[in-house]
Design a protein around this ligand. Structure first.
Ligand SMILES: *Cc1c(COP(=O)(O)O)cnc(C)c1O
Length: 375
């Protein structure tokens, strides 16, 4: 049972047939972005065509691509010596491309193992060469401190996962690598959610389907001078140098996904940029964590409190049966996507940029009622 107020809110949402979307990725997009995409569907910018039909070599698409890149530079104050690439293959392909391009055959790369996605990155890297663990958190769910890192001053790079989407932990700030080692970061599930000092990194990669758009594009931001390290004779599609020279147009890019990313970036700028969205994201996360912490143990946070993610709030209930009931009843009330990742179970609320504070408040209300009835 939920309050009348909540029911009315839910009914209003359902009047348009839309649910509160807590999916982990692909995930919620701003409604205004979806509306604009709808309005421009048949005739984009007077072209007489849909973006789905435009040539990727057309002036129209060139404008879409240039503007998305320029907006990304503005949002993150990306220095001019960094290249921005819009690639395919997801983050999962970046796990392999990174070592192929930037780890010489005799060299080793440092990885921080904090959870499921960093393990995947390490697994791919190990197939191709030497990996060293700068830290591993084992079965514990937290972000290690700088002092806990065992860093190799000769490493090709130091890789970490900015936000572990499955476990629900996030680095508050990036680790500091040894002097001549560059930082490589999988920032798929928090890029765009807060300010970021790009100049601290050698390479950042992020699939956009969490905070910045639909599935199909991976944004890679990389320091230009690193391109000199790319070995010769890599397959063209796996070669950062080739892809950078092609300015994301070496082959046909995912045009429509890039277009939607452009709309989302515009939305973010209009809203006040990453500083403003970071403020909103903090409020949303605090709302849920406070509820969990004040539930007298009914809800148990999965992550160590100092490492909690602002993007993926993971929690458990006393029994798996109760968790099943929670997810089922939430869905019935228009709260979608709360089941934890199939590999770890439990519950997870993904509260990316486009998930409104209102959605989080409705979820909090549902959680209180669920506890009142089952606690
Ligand atoms: C979603 C996600 C991935 C996987 O991305 P794909 O685009 O499916 O390859 C990798 N790392 C993190 C941190 C993620 O959140």
């Amino acid at each position: 049972m939920v309050t009348t107020e909540t029911i009315n809110k839910i009914k209003m949402e359902q009047a348009t047939g839309r649910v509160y979307n807590f999916n982990a990725g692909p995930a919620a997009l701003p409604v205004s972005v979806l509306e604009q995409a709808r309005d421009e569907m048949l005739n984009f910018g007077g072209s007489g065509m849909s973006v789905l039909e435009l040539s990727h070599r057309s002036k129209h698409f060139e404008d879409i691509l240039n503007r998305a890149e320029a907006d990304l530079r503005t949002l993150f104050k990306i220095p001019s010596n960094y290249k921005i690439l819009f690639l395919q293959g997801g983050n999962s392909l970046q796990f392999a491309m990174l070592p192929m391009n930037f780890r010489a055959p005799e060299a080793s790369a440092d990885y921080v193992q904090t959870g499921s996605w960093s393990k995947k990155a390490i697994g791919e890297s190990e197939k191709l060469g030497k990996v060293r663990l700068a830290a591993t958190t084992g079965k514990n769910i937290y972000i290690p401190s700088q002092a806990e890192l065992d860093l190799d001053p000769q490493a090709a790079y130091l890789h970490f996962t900015a936000n572990e989407t499955i476990e629900g932990i996030e680095w508050a700030t990036e680790p500091t690598p040894p002097p001549n080692v560059f930082l490589a970061c999988d920032t798929s599930s928090n890029l765009g959610s807060r300010p970021l000092d790009v100049s601290k990194y050698g390479i950042i990669y992020a699939g956009v389907q969490k905070n910045l758009g639909p599935a199909g594009v991976t944004i890679v931001i990389l320091r230009e001078d690193l391109l000199e390290r790319v070995p010769p004779k890599l397959p063209a599609m796996l070669d950062y140098k080739n892809l950078a020279e092609g300015k994301s147009l070496y082959n046909t890019p995912p045009c429509y996904s890039i277009y939607v990313v452009g709309l989302v970036l515009r939305w973010l700028i209009d809203l006040g940029g990453v500083e403003e969205i970071a403020r909103q994201n903090a409020t949303k996360a605090t709302t849920l964590y406070q509820l969990i912490d004040s539930s007298g143990g009914f809800y148990k946070g999965v992550a160590r409190p100092d490492s909690r993610s602002r993007m993926n709030v993971t929690f458990r209930l006393g029994t798996e049966e109760l968790e099943k009931q929670f997810a089922k009843q939430a869905t019935a009330q228009g709260l979608e996507g709360l089941k934890g990742h199939r590999s770890v179970g439990g519950l997870r609320a993904s509260i990316y940029n486009a998930v409104s504070l209102e959605a989080v408040e409705v979820l909090a209300q549902f959680m209180k009622e669920f506890q009142r009835i089952n606690g």
